[in-house]
Structures are given as structure tokens and as C-alpha cells.
Unconditional design. Structure first.
Lengths: 113, 113
DNA sequence: CGGTATCCACCTTGATACTG
DNA sequence: CAGTATCAAGGTGGATACCG
């Protein structure tokens, strides 16, 4: 995303949530992140199937943003037909871990709903 | 937000992140949540000051959505001039707790940047 | 004070077609 | 296979003015 947002300052200390939200803000980002966590080293086409409903364009642009944000790494093999593999960086994995409590909150909520 | 999203199913189990993202998806939601966590029981005008840059309309609509999602509670006192106080529900506090690791991730990232 | 009412600009997402 | 190009649509957020 890389768009600077107003810092989130409360009572003199910076909360950091704003940064995280910029990185996972897209509609599909967390889904891609999750898919890559569950299925490491995935190819573009596989990823598209793992995130049902996403279009090629949106998947491509989100992957590019996530790469720029340093949470996804992309490896292109010089073959015919072309092959590209996506995976999580260390930072991407840590982000996924940081997302887990949030996922748990969502799951609980689904129960009670 | 309350808009139903495609469930996020990976390897047969539901990840729950999608639910959470619907709830905190708005541009300002986490900031409001954070502000209410740092400053419990806040009035509309105070809240507006605590979240710099937000407009009345957006603050009002976000508060309403968060109320509908059960993470914010609103108490209107029948006085003149009118007074309304907002606070976090139990669920809202748990959501805030679940957000903390994400905030920590963002803070670390700000360091290294 | 605590909001609504309008109106609008932008951005994200999406459908479809095409290419190295 | 792994994208890009183009165009369209819709929703989110924002500016401003006004109300009980």
C-alpha cells in the first residue's frame, strides 16, 4: 500500500496499528497471507484457486504491494512455460502470527452468531 | 460493516480473519477502537479530537457500525445540552487485546524503517 | 452538543480481452 | 502460465451546510 497515513498517537505513544492496517488493508491481503501460510511456495495459478473470487488483476497487484511491503517474496524461474513462486518472508510469517489472535476473535464471534 | 464476505476456508478449516476484517475494515475503525481503549467513556466531540482528521459524518457512521457489531456501546443522557458517551463493550475490549500483537508488529516495523 | 443531509471525488474492485 | 491493458461500476470517505 505504502501510502503514508496520519500517525496514530494516543497519550504520547504511537500505537502501530496504523502501519499494520496499511499493509493488510486491501480486501484480499489477509486472505492471500493466510493462503500462503497454509500452502507455502505457491504458484500464481494455484494462489488464484486458493483465494476464490479474486481476479488475476487484483491478485497480481496485491502480490506486488505485498512484495514491496516485504512480506511476500517472489521467485521467477526462467523456464518455458514460465513459472513463478510466491512465499512469505520472515516478516510475512511474523505478521501472520500477529494476526492469529485476531483470527481467533473472529472464530469465537462466528460461534456465538 | 455487516456485509457478508466469502468465508475464508483453507484446508477444510475456517480462518476467522475475514470476520475480524469486516469489523475493523473501515479506514478509521481501529483508530477509534484504540482511542476508546486509551480514553474510556468518551463523548462524541472528544472522540473527534482524539482521532485527528476524521469528519463528523465518518465518525458517526463508523460508531454506528461498531455499535451494530457489538464492540462499542453508546449511552445518551437526556440533558440539555445533549450528552452522549461511547465506550467499548467486553467484546470490543477483547478485540482490542487481539489487535495488540498486530500493533506490536507495526511498531517494530516502524523502527527498522 | 451531537449529530444529519447533500453532493461529490476518488479509489478499489471487477469483467473482459489480450500477450510474452 | 503468468500476467498486463482497458474500461466500467460501486462503494468509501470527505467537504460543507444545516438541525434538534
Amino acid at each position: 500500500m505504502a501510502t503514508a497515513n496520519r500517525p496514530c498517537v494516543e497519550g504520547g505513544h504511537v500505537c502501530g496499528i496504523d502501519i499494520s492496517m496499511e499493509v493488510i488493508g486491501g480486501k484480499w491481503k489477509v486472505l492471500i497471507l493466510w493462503a500462503l501460510h497454509e500452502h507455502p511456495r505457491r504458484r500464481f495459478g494455484e494462489l488464484r484457486r486458493l483465494v476464490p473470487g479474486i481476479t488475476e488483476k487484483v491478485l497480481a497487484s496485491h502480490l506486488r504491494e505485498m512484495e514491496a511491503d516485504g512480506i511476500v517474496d517472489r521467485v521467477a524461474y526462467d523456464e518455458v512455460p514460465p513459472r513463478v513462486e510466491y512465499g512469505l518472508t520472515k516478516d510475512g510469517m511474523r505478521l501472520n502470527d500477529a494476526l492469529e489472535p485476531l483470527a481467533a476473535w473472529g472464530r469465537e464471534r462466528r460461534q456465538s452468531a
